[in-house]
Ligand binder design. Structure first.
Ligand SMILES: [Zn+2]
Length: 207
C-alpha cells in the first residue's frame, strides 16, 4: 500500500513539474488582456514636426501586431479602439472596469522639444500595477535597445481610474527624428511588440 501511495505521489509530482511540450499552453493562455491604443481621431497625440509621424498611428500599429501575437499565445485580447477613433480617457478606464480584464496596457509614445532625446519609460498608479510595469519596461528596453528611463509612479487618468492592474507604456519618443523614421521600418514595430509580448509572458509566469 505504501508503495502504491509513493508511486501515485511520484506520478503527481511528475505531472506537476514536467516541462510543457511544444505547442502547450503559455503563461498568457486564457488570460484576458486589454490593449489601449492611445489617442485617435481628432487627437493625434505627439507628432514629429520633422516628418509628421503621429503617435496615434504608431500606437494602433503596435496594438494590432501585439493582439495577433498574444492570440497566438492563447490570450483573449480586448481593445478599446480598433480604428482611428477618439475615445476619452475616462471612457477607456470605464471600458476596462466594466469588462474586468486581467490586465490593462495603454500604449503610448513620448514627446519632447529635443529631436535627439529617446528612451523607454512605463507608468503605473496603484501598487497592484508595479510588477506589470517593471516587466514590460524591462523587456521593451531589452528588445529595443533603448535607454532605460525607468518605471514611474504617476496619476495618469487611465492608470488611476482603472481598477485592474493597469500601466501606460512610453516605449520611445516620436519627437526623436531617428526613432520616428525607424517606425516606418516594420522591424521597429516588431521589436517593441516582442518586448511587450515577452513582458506579459514573464508577468503572468510569476502570478
Ligand atoms: Zn500619448
Amino acid at each position: 500500500m505504501r508503495r502504491i501511495i509513493t508511486t501515485l505521489l511520484a506520478a503527481t509530482l511528475l505531472l506537476t513539474f514536467t516541462a510543457p511540450a511544444a505547442g502547450a499552453a503559455t503563461s498568457v493562455a486564457g488570460k484576458v488582456i486589454m490593449l489601449d491604443a492611445g489617442h485617435g481621431g481628432f487627437d493625434p497625440g505627439a507628432v514629429n514636426p520633422h516628418n509628421s509621424v503621429a503617435e496615434k498611428w504608431i500606437n494602433l500599429a503596435i496594438v494590432h501586431r501585439l493582439k495577433d501575437k498574444l492570440e497566438e499565445d492563447g490570450a483573449i485580447v480586448q481593445v478599446t479602439r480598433i480604428g482611428d477613433l477618439f475615445v476619452g480617457l475616462a471612457q477607456r478606464a470605464a471600458i476596462a472596469n466594466s469588462r474586468r480584464p486581467d490586465v490593462f496596457v495603454s500604449i503610448h509614445h513620448n514627446s519632447t522639444g529635443n529631436p535627439v532625446t529617446n528612451g523607454t519609460e512605463t507608468y503605473y498608479t496603484h501598487a497592484n500595477s508595479r510588477g506589470l510595469a517593471e516587466s514590460l519596461n524591462f523587456f521593451m528596453v531589452k528588445n529595443m535597445d533603448t535607454a532605460n528611463r525607468g518605471v514611474k509612479s504617476g496619476r495618469l487618468a487611465v492608470t488611476r481610474l482603472t481598477r485592474v492592474p493597469a500601466v501606460l507604456t512610453e516605449a520611445s519618443f516620436i519627437t526623436s527624428n531617428a526613432e520616428s523614421s525607424a517606425f516606418i521600418n516594420l522591424d521597429r514595430v516588431e521589436q517593441e511588440t516582442m518586448g511587450l509580448q515577452q513582458g506579459l509572458l514573464n508577468y503572468f509566469a510569476h502570478q
